[in-house]
Design a binder for this molecule. Structure first.
Ligand code: TMP
Length: 213
């Protein structure tokens, strides 16, 4: 089986830049890979993403939010992730099941067992080979994310509008997950410069490529 790698972190942690850099590095080595994201890794998922992230949807309740993420994930697994892995492609995914534990579980305070059951249902138990957690202080990440939203005149600001305390719970949730599964998680200091973070990630991925030719 090819590799399944996921990238997690709070707002403005630089995941998207890093995932693109890694995809370029792998493609240069002749390794076919698929770069995808949650929510929104399929056409249907893109519709679900609009509902989830549009800042005008402030009335979306926590349970409906949770179920939309699970629906996006189920579609994504069936339409994108599993077919790509079956075709021998490495999958790089910008957020996955851990995001639901961190945001809806630790952030919103929804039942962690319910989230675990829904994740199991949506993923069929598929786990990433490695998860890179790009960790940085909330205030730095939020400032970056808000600046980007303004620059791009984007309406995807529903989570950026949440209070600092919400994002702090998400950060601590992610760190807890990384402690619970140290074999899978690699925590990367996202305050470092783009090159340094890329090198750190590549250092971790290279041995995996050798182990899984
Ligand atoms: P992003 O594409 O900028 O990472 O935005 C996705 C947003 O959705 C981000 O604020 C985190 C949030 N999210 C959840 O709350 N739960 C999830 O399961 C996922 C995948 C994302």
């Amino acid at each position: 089986m090819p590799l399944f790698l996921t990238f997690e972190g709070g707002e403005g942690s630089g995941k998207t830049t890093q995932i693109q850099r890694l995809a370029e590095a792998l493609q240069k080595r002749g390794l076919p890979c698929v770069l995808t994201r949650e929510p929104g890794g399929t056409e249907i998922g893109a519709e679900i993403r609009k509902i989830l992230l549009d800042s005008k949807n402030s009335r979306l309740g926590p349970l409906a939010e949770l179920m939309l993420y699970a629906a996006d994930r189920a579609q994504h697994l069936g339409e994108t992730i599993r077919p790509a892995l079956r075709a021998g492609k490495t999958v790089l995914c910008d957020r996955f099941a851990d995001a639901t534990v961190a945001y809806q579980g630790f952030g919103r305070g929804l039942d962690l067992q319910l989230i675990s059951d829904l994740n199991e249902l949506a993923t069929g138990g598929l786990k990433p080979d490695r998860t890179f957690l790009l960790d940085l202080p909330v205030e730095i990440g939020l400032a970056r994310a808000k600046a980007r939203l303004a620059r791009q005149k984007s309406s995807e600001g529903r989570f950026e509008a949440e209070a600092h305390a919400f994002h702090e719970k998400v950060r601590q949730g992610y760190l807890r997950l990384s402690q619970e599964e140290p074999g899978r998680f690699r925590v990367v200091d996202a305050t470092l410069d783009v090159e340094a973070i890329h090198r750190r990630i590549l250092q971790e991925v290279e041995p995996l490529l050798e182990a899984k030719p």
